[in-house]
Design a protein around this ligand. Structure first.
Ligand code: ATP
Ligand code: MG
Length: 760
């Protein structure tokens, strides 16, 4: 290890070494792409453990992807030994989800809370929009979610959101005046479902630290050293968490590059870099300007691009690497020809230069561009993987089985419930499911409670079927408590009928789905067998999976060409990089040309793409392209003209439509699978949900009364529907029901054994 110590300090330049050795007090490293920022962070952790004797448990390191964290951990281990394993390392979301799993009850959540992915969130928003009888073309799930997400990342609660006149004016101008109420209902439903979306993980950590100083103090003491990579892309919510954690020891080190800030659209704030100096007056600032990644040609090209941005901190990035080749500019007549040229170039380069598939990356602005490229790669039998596309864990059959597991662990999880209650089919129709959801809403009850009392809310066969369903889930719960994740999951896959359902489908797709489910069980087995995972429960496994970002989901075992969006490529490097679709309206994106700020963010994205390449870089564009189902004429991107002419040359490459014999197709390689689409509950009938009325806020002294003697004509208060007058009381079987005329919500019939009413 001592040998290692010498090694690691020697393999740093003087500025990097300064940053590594300056361990105490606030430090900010602002540096260009490929200048060793991530390397410095890694070595700094090793240095803390190895040279300064800091306990690894006291170090927290926040990275951009779980993959980056794993890579860092691996590198540190080689320098500081296995001890490094004990460092807290991960994305903001994974680290704080872990903490919330312990502390969530303090803020009213169960510790086995579910984490909703964006599909779950959007599905919930669609349900709410429908319940409120709003136009789903105006209130599109995507747009609503990103608006809510933006608010949460700025720590704006639904209450503040609703009360803010500027936000209101904004929403009204956008013809979406109900946004504030959707936000409120969305939060309410998440809370009821014992679920947090990704933004909540950070939002709720802020709440936790704000309201529970003892908890904050515990973690302040634990994390004596805090480090953040890709600091330029932190949002306010993340920044405040970091700042609070470091408030006692002040040993905080952030690393970033303002030129690579590409998540403003998701609430990241470049101001965090500028404010950092104000927040820490005794800040030690290090600039790194030597690029170790790329050829001189690529570094010069990248500099010439970012120079066009007005808003930037001046840096002089240089390299002592060789000149390298000029960037090749490839013109294709169509998008499929573009794909063919890229594929045949990779094929040749790989063979002549003895490169691996994994030395190549194809980067694009939007995911949909991958299709034409994929087709061309398949024809040449080139193995590729799509990072961030539809990955294993997003496949329907996988989501279905996971939903069974989720609902077992947390049986108030509404989205999981909707997925599984009638899959495989058990005669519980959409109408019954809606009635159950409405009953939970009307009676302010937990979903699981309603499911267990199905007979009170729905009639006939569906109620008995729901009884069976509840009995099955209860049996699963017992398994989960007694067995490890693998045994429990295997049993759930069988007993739920899901495996049989897939097994009986003898089509190729069906077989594939069956194998995918087996593969999931393999993954769970692997998880259980892994010594590093102390908690082998199903709940722990689910949490781990929920936190995988798209980038982490693909297994890295095969040698494959990487296809991904430029956004996902941040922090990575490849020998050869193709940036495809360099066309106006595509890149820069049509959606990002409203203002100078937007355009500058697109340009930073172009800078990120360019700086991923080590040896060779290609820009390609097509003259025509299928978009939105039509063949469109395209113009080359304005960004192409911004690259210094010395660094770029027009390529002589043309595609060969006829593939030579050596390119014969031999089976279909590749990691991509097409989506079989969301099934779950396909078509939902019109529901009798409440209209778009603002929900009542219960009086401060609200307490449910005993309703045994409730009679017609009495006045009552309901926690959601507010004040109303009892019209009549009826008894039907074992159920006593009250029909109440509410002031704002009209007539409703509630079951008295469940309704929470205050008699006035
Ligand atoms: P990005 O801005 O893209 O995140 P970065 O600043 O984090 O880049 P790294 O990924 O840490 O840069 O480093 C880029 C490459 O340069 C890596 O391959 C790294 O190993 C190498 N490198 C960094 N510093 C040195 C050094 N002093 N000597 C040799 N190689 C180095
Ligand atoms: Mg980096």
């Amino acid at each position: 290890l001592l040998q290692n110590k010498m090694d690691y300090l020697d393999s740093l330049n003087p500025e990097q070494r300064l940053a590594v050795e300056h361990t105490d007090g606030p430090v900010m490293i602002i540096a260009g792409a490929g200048s060793g920022k991530t390397r410095v962070l890694t070595y700094r952790i090793a240095h803390l453990i190895f040279a300064k004797g800091v306990d690894a448990f006291n170090i927290l390191s926040l990275t951009f992807t779980n993959k980056a964290a794993a890579e860092m951990r691996h590198r540190i281990e080689t320098v500081a030994g296995l001890e490094a394993r004990n460092t807290w390392m991960g994305t903001f979301h994974s680290v704080f989800a872990k903490i919330l799993r312990v502390e969530a009850p303090k803020i009213g959540y169960p510790s086995n809370f579910t984490i909703y992915d964006s599909d779950d969130s959007k599905s919930l928003i669609r349900t709410i929009v429908k319940e409120m009888r709003l136009d789903d073309k105006v209130y599109k799930a995507n747009a609503v979610l990103s608006r809510i997400s933006g608010a949460k990342n700025r720590l704006i609660t639904w209450k503040v959101y609703q009360d803010d006149p500027f936000v209101k004016a904004d929403d009204e101008a956008a013809m979406k005046p109900k946004m504030g109420e959707i936000y409120q209902r969305y939060q309410d439903r998440l809370f009821k479902a014992g679920a947090m979306d990704f933004d909540d993980l950070l939002f709720n950590t802020n709440i936790l630290f704000r309201d529970h100083l003892d908890v904050l103090n515990k973690y302040q003491q634990r994390f004596r050293y805090v480090m953040v990579d890709e600091f330029q892309d932190t949002n306010l919510s993340q920044y405040l968490i970091t700042k609070k954690l470091a408030a006692v020891h002040q040993n905080i080190c952030v690393v970033g590059d303002d030129a690579q800030s590409i998540y403003a659209f998701r609430g990241a704030d470049i101001q965090n870099i500028l404010n950092f100096e104000k927040d820490y007056p005794d800040l030690f600032v290090v600039k790194l300007e030597q690029n170790y990644r790329s050829t001189k040609m690529i570094v010069d090209a990248a500099n010439s691009i970012i120079e066009k941005n007005k808003a930037q901190l001046k840096k002089n990035v240089w390299t002592s690497n060789g000149d390298g080749d000029q960037i090749e500019l490839v013109k294709a007549s169509t998008d499929s020809e573009e794909g063919r040229i890229v594929a045949s170039t990779i094929f040749e380069e790989r063979n002549t230069k003895k490169l691996n598939n994994s030395d190549f990356a194809i980067l694009y602005r939007t995911n949909s561009q991958s299709r034409a490229i994929e087709e061309a790669l398949r024809k040449l039998n080139l193995t590729y993987k799509i990072v961030g596309g539809l990955s294993f864990y997003q496949r329907k059959e996988i989501k279905d089985l996971m939903a069974y597991m989720r609902f077992t662990v947390n049986p108030v999880d509404e989205e999981a419930f909707k997925r599984i209650v009638n899959y495989p089919k058990r005669g519980i129709g959409d109408t019954s499911v809606d009635k159950i959801l409405v009953a939970a809403f009307d009676h302010d009850m937990q979903l699981w409670e309603v499911v267990q009392n199905a007979h009170s809310f729905i009639g006939g066969r569906a109620a008995s079927q729901l009884d069976d369903f509840a009995t099955m889930i209860k049996a699963f719960k017992i398994e989960v408590e007694r067995k490890d994740a693998f045994e429990a999951a295997s049993s759930i896959a069988k007993q739920s009928g899901l495996l049989r359902e897939l097994y009986e489908d003898k089509t190729i797709e069906g077989l594939n789905r069956y194998e995918n489910v087996q593969e999931l069980l393999n993954a769970i087995k692997e998880y259980v067998d892994n010594e590093e995972n102390e908690d082998k429960s199903l709940g722990a496994f689910l949490q781990e999976i929920a936190l995988l970002t798209d980038n982490d989901r693909d297994k890295d075992t095969t040698d494959a060409i990487t296809l991904m969006t430029i956004h996902s490529s941040k922090g990575l490097e490849f020998k050869q990089v193709f940036v495809v679709g360099m066309e106006e309206d595509l890149f820069p994106s049509q959606m990002m040309m409203q203002s100078r700020e937007d355009l500058e963010e697109e340009r930073r994205l172009f800078y990120v793409a360019t700086t991923r390449a080590m040896d060779k870089l290609y820009f390609t564009y097509a003259l025509t392209r299928y978009r939105y189902g039509r063949l469109l004429n395209c113009e080359p991107s304005r960004f192409l003209e911004e690259v210094s002419p010395d660094c770029i040359k027009v390529s002589k490459k043309v595609s060969s439509k006829e593939m030579p014999g050596a390119f014969r197709k031999e089976g279909v390689p590749g990691a991509s699978e097409s989506s079989s689409g969301y099934i779950g509950i396909k078509k939902k009938p019109e529901t009798r949900m409440p209209t778009a009325m603002k929900l009542h806020t219960p009086s401060p002294d609200f307490k449910p009364s005993n309703t045994n003697n409730l009679q017609a004509e009495q006045l009552v208060e309901h926690p959601k529907f507010g004040f109303g007058k009892v019209q009549k009381i009826e008894t039907e079987g074992i159920n006593r029901k009250a029909t109440i005329q509410f002031e704002h919500f009209g007539e409703k019939t509630l079951l008295l054994s469940f309704a929470k009413l205050r008699i006035i």
